[in-house]
Design a protein around this ligand. Sequence first.
Ligand code: ADQ
Length: 501
Amino acid sequence: MSNTNTTASDSSFESPPTATSLFENREFVLVSNREPYTHERDDGSITVVRPAGGLTSALDPMMASTGGTWVAWGSGGADDEASDENGCVRVPPESPSYELKRVSLTEEQVRNYYYGYSNKVLWPLCHSDTAKVTSDARFWRQYRETNRQFAAAVRERTDPSNAVIWFQDYHFALAPRYIRDQSPGAFCMQFWHIPWPSWDVFQSCPQYEELLDGLLANDLLGFHLDQYCQNFLDCVSHALDADVDRNRGRIDYDGRTVRVAAFPLGIDTAERRTLAEGKEAGEQWESLRKTYRIPDEGQLALGVDRLDYTKGIEQRLAALEHLWEWYPDCRERLTYVQKATESRSRIDEYQHLQANVGARVERINDRFGTETWQPVISINDHLPQSALAALYREADICLVSSLRDGMNLVAKEFVASQVADPGVLVLSELVGAHEELGESALTVHPNDTEAFAATVDQARMMEPEERSNRMRRLREQVETNDIEQWKRNVLREASDILHGC
Ligand code: ADQ
């Protein structure tokens, strides 16, 4: 795509802005499906569970310094008990500085809004996998209602006309509209964490007009990549009576201007590095080796994913099976560790995937395993972040093979954790992160099994000097474009719009 103007950069910034300094008297409200803290009942007492990595933990420090309110689904078993009569609790627990407002969802809402419309319609649609979209009138009805409920929860805490409201992700395509219709002076922004598909794909969703209309109630709409912005602009120009400026990423619609821009998400590189260098990671590594019988000898390839059909786990296993079959040198010399986490397992597609992945791993281990060596080691248990850091640090090769992926933070976490002997990143050309990391990683197409296997062999044989040069360039990229830079870019853009720049 030749248009680059929709990508926001922060070159004009000298000192880092904060939400407080940018939005002056407006209250800051963040809305996400997942909450930053859950309360659980454990042996009679209530404990606070913190998110393990991910976006919620990255945004928590920002909320702590800004103050304001975070509105989220109260999914913890003891959330109600730990909250006041309005569903609110002050967090972080050790030094409370902002309000967490929990929205209670019924079992039916969870089924239809969360598992239904969000994850059986929007998720496959936005990953361009229309065959997996399941239609059900109840999904849409409850998606609308739940979005209304979140908008009402925002209104309970603040006057939207005096607030900056930041929606996260595809669970809330309609909530900005429900805010805007009652409070025209509100400032709404949204970050869409998954891809945006092309118009011919998006058109297959019967609610396309309402979804676009809902998102256009924002003042600022962010995606990871310029390509997703262009797809979105294209959808709007086909579906609505709107004036679309593709070069500048602006849409005039319903008497207002909406800015659409790319903000590639980064990670907390300093935190990842500290974890990887820490003593705990060393101890965790020893324990992982013993527990899962990871060999001392040979090389280690690693995959870290939620068990999701977009992550290309079956394609990766097919490539590895091909590798052990046709490159017998790799047998007993390359071991693959699959750190997978069960995800959305109430949905049939995810259950099938789990079963297929399990069967494939078993078959590979039966075919190539020996008395002393197991080709694929599956780690399905929950691991502390220091153990994940140990895996990232010790891996010689990281395999990221998504069929589509908004960004993919695993690729960046691997790079940031490579503090010892540098390894090789093998990256699907279909993930968002490929745009930033593709030049220094080894690129694969997840469906080209033979070429994928050959690339893993190439990674295995790469000379130390080349590995080191590639990893240095990858690290520079990941460290420069980290989570702080992302927050700065988003907030600066929002402030410019708010102040009419
Ligand atoms: P996800 O699809 O969840 O996120 P990803 O970016 O790869 O994908 O991972 C998010 C986080 O989950 C990472 O911090 C990673 O460490 C953690 N994680 C994943 N699998 C894990 C496992 N088995 N064990 C422990 N931790 C694990 C969505 C989009 C992505 C986008 C992110 C952020 O689908 O494209 O990059 O949001 O915008």
